[in-house]
Design a protein around this ligand. Structure first.
Ligand code: OGA
Ligand code: MN
Length: 213
């Protein structure tokens, strides 16, 4: 298995480089298609059973649902004991977190993740992933599960990248199966453009302290 481990390391190194140099990274083929498809099937099954909830904004007592800001539905996953179909992904993410700690001393000690479905027409307006009263989120990770997705279906993740001269650039990334996008949760504002087909993903945050609630 030496080869596999080495190619993982190369992928992890490219992610770390991207984050350090530009605040974000895109890794296609973070998981093989078979494993990604199994996750999609399980996510679809859970969604059709009504096991998702309208996503909110804010945390704890500040939590509220606002359909003008976001219209996705989420289901939180326990990263210490994920359902079987998600285990290869969680193992890979654990390895990535360890790699971050080893190479850039990020001090990742916890993570939180949810499945997300954007029903047709759903979006998430421009925002930052950190809350005012808890700043534990360090790195946002989004892994996409959508096969046969093309530009006409919308649903791109749009990153707003600050330029040195104070202006900003927008980068649109399609939510295509096997793609992992990582970015600095404190620095990168972003939004999800309206999706014209049901759009599945896992979104998570690598954190430097455990959640209190
Ligand atoms: C989020 C988010 C991006 C995406 O859930 O906070 O910004 O592409 N998701 O799903
Ligand atoms: Mn976000």
């Amino acid at each position: 298995m030496e080869l596999l481990v080495q190619s993982n390391e190369a992928a992890f190194e490219a992610i770390v480089e991207g984050i350090v140099r530009q605040g974000y990274a895109v890794a296609d083929g973070f998981l093989p298609p078979q494993e990604t498809r199994i996750m999609l099937e399980e996510a679809g099954r859970l969604f059709s059973q009504g096991q998702f909830n309208a996503a909110g904004i804010g945390k704890g007592g500040m939590h509220q649902v606002n359909r003008e800001i976001r219209r996705d539905q989420v289901r939180w996953l326990d990263h210490t004991n994920p359902p079987e179909p998600f285990r290869p992904f969680f193992r890979q993410l654990d390895d990535l977190a360890r790699y971050f700690n080893r190479t850039c001393y990020l001090g990742i000690r916890d993570m939180e993740l949810h499945l997300a479905v954007y029903p047709e027409g759903a979006f998430y307006k421009r925002h930052l992933d950190v809350f005012r009263h808890t700043r534990a989120r360090k790195i946002t990770v989004v892994f996409y599960l959508n096969f046969d997705w093309d530009e006409s279906l919308g649903g791109q993740l749009r990153l707003y990248l600050p330029r040195e001269d104070g202006s900003e650039a927008a980068l649109d990334l399609g939510p295509i199966a096997g793609r992992l996008v990582c970015f600095d949760s404190h620095a990168i504002e972003h939004e999800v453009l309206p999706a014209r087909r049901e759009r599945y993903s896992i979104t998570g945050w690598l954190k430097d302290e455990p959640s209190l609630f």
